[in-house]
Each structure stands twice: as C-alpha cells, then as structure tokens.
Design a protein around this ligand. Structure first.
Ligand code: ADP
Ligand code: MG
Length: 272
C-alpha cells in the first residue's frame, strides 16, 4: 500500500460552548469551500439540533442512520455518510436523540472515545476523506468531549461581541484538560472571527483584543456579518452555493485556503 493510501483524514472539531457564534455556519461553509478546492470532506453533525444536516438540505426522512447509531450503538461509520449537493462533501447527520447521550452512556467503557474509535475503525478500510469536520453542540458536554478526543485539532469560531473572550478562557481550559488526559496530541488549528461588522467599533475592538491575546492562532481571514450567509440554510444550501459572490462566501473560501496552508506547514514541520 502506498503512503498516500494510508493517509488518515485530518479531523477538526469546530467547537465553542457558546451558541450562535457561527459553528454550524462555519462547518457547512468551510466544508463546502474545502471541497471546492479539491478536498474530500466528511461533516459530522454532532449537535442534536441537527442544524448542519438541515442547512445542507438533508431532510429528516433521509436521516435513517445517524451519528447517534455510531456513538450509542457503536455501529461503523462505513457507508452511513450521505452525499450532499456539493461534490466532495458528505454528511453524517444528527439525531435529536443525541441529547440523551450523557445519560444513555452512563459510565460505559470508553464513553469519551466513541467517535474516535469509530473513526479509527473507518480509517482501516476507507481512506476516502482528507478532512473530517465535526460540528459540535453549544456546550462542553460528553458530545464535545467525544469530538475533542477524536480530533487532531480544534477550530474555534468566535463571534465579535463583548463577551467573546470570557467564554474563550473556559474553552481553552477544556482543551487543556482533554490534552492532559484523553488526547495529548490535540492542537488548536485556529480561531476564526465571525459575524464581523466593520461599521461597529466593538467588532474591531474585540478582533484586536483576540489577536493580541492569541496572536498567530487567529486566522487572518475574518468572516463578515452577511445576510446572504444567514439566508442560505433556509434554502438547504451552503452560502457558497446560494451566492458564491457574496462577501461571506468569499471569506469562507479564503478561510479554507488558510486552513489548508496551515496543514501543509504542519506536515512540512513534522517531516523536517
Ligand atoms: P452556532 O452553530 O455556533 O450555534 P450558527 O452557525 O448556527 O451558530 O449561527 C448562529 C446564527 O447566526 C444563525 O442564524 C446564522 O445564520 C447566523 N450567522 C452565522 N454566521 C453569520 C454571518 N457571517 N453573517 C450573518 N449571519 C450569520
Ligand atoms: Mg450549531
């Protein structure tokens, strides 16, 4: 088997315990943008609300096998993933029952590794994807811990608003905890500023604060607040399909390039 064939996908958890900061929007549109630049992407919808599934036009009737079956019943991911309207982008849909996972798994063995174990098993025979993106729920619960245990790196969407930094401290602490126990190799791929409003002085101030705190970890690309981006999910389409030319879509394309560049740089450093 050649080196290329045993290449495992890069697993990125899109996480922030705050709701409404742009996790799902980033998962959908970064996934689409990565596919557009030639990557093969699996998006795992790990939020019981299933917004990523809906936003990619997967009707509830099509969600027969879901990430719930993987996490709770330990079924193989295998061919569960559904094709989306974006060539190269696949989705493993969510299920509202996921919200009961904490109780259902109780003290079950390897409860924090259910997703990682499933991905590892998949990697043995199915090297389809170059990226796996995990859309996390808005909390630091067992599902998010599963995502962080399975991930190579975390990508943090951060809304440019007053309390943004406050939540970030807690998130960083969680990442440190996971690194210290469940997943020592966990990295931070980057922090992406979302819903940036250049007419709002606060947006600029928050962006400046975050950059002075986290330096190069913050992507140069900033995702602007853009009405086309917020309209797209109601049509079951990524913004990049709904309106490729809008500023939001263009920003997500830019972000995808940055993500790929960071991965290339990391590989080069590993090889050196
Ligand atoms: P999360 O998954 O973190 O809860 P979402 O991605 O669902 O956040 O975004 C929350 C809301 O903000 C959604 O209604 C979404 O359409 C909207 N939104 C996200 N990003 C943008 C953006 N760049 N411009 C305008 N609206 C956005
Ligand atoms: Mg969401």
């Amino acid at each position: 088997m050649s080196d290329k064939a045993i290449q495992k996908p890069r697993v990125l958890a899109i996480a922030n315990q705050k709701g409404g900061v742009g996790k799902t929007t980033t998962a959908i549109n970064l996934g689409t943008a990565l596919a557009a630049v030639g990557e093969r992407v699996l998006l795992i919808d790990l939020d019981p609300q299933g917004n990523a599934s809906t936003g990619l036009g997967v009707p509830r009737s099509a969600r027969t096998t879901t990430i719930y079956d993987v996490i709770v019943d330990q079924q193989p991911i295998g061919d569960m993933a559904i094709k989306t309207l974006v060539p190269g982008l696949y989705i493993l849909p969510s299920d509202p029952d996921l919200s009961g996972v904490e109780i259902e798994l109780g003290q079950a063995e390897r409860r924090s590794y259910r997703l990682r174990d499933a991905l590892d098993r998949m990697a043995e025979f199915e090297m389809l994807y170059s990226y796996v993106l995990i859309d996390c729920p808005p909390s630091l619960n067992l599902l998010t811990v599963n995502a962080m245990s399975a991930a190579d790196a975390v990508l943090v969407p951060l809304q440019c608003e007053f309390f943004a930094l406050e939540g970030l401290t807690q998130l960083m602490r969680t990442i440190d905890l996971v690194r210290g126990s469940l997943n020592p190799k966990l990295e931070i791929q980057g922090i992406v500023l979302t819903m940036y409003d250049r007419r709002n002085a606060l947006s600029g101030q928050v962006a400046q604060d975050v950059r002075s705190h986290f330096g190069e970890k913050v992507y140069e690309t900033v995702i602007p607040r853009n009405v086309r981006v917020s309209e797209a999910p109601s049509f079951g389409k990524p913004a990049l399909i709904y309106d490729l030319k809008c500023s939001g879509s263009q920003a997500y394309l830019q972000l995808a390039k940055e993500v790929v560049t960071r991965e290339k740089r990391r590989k080069r450093q590993m090889a050196a």
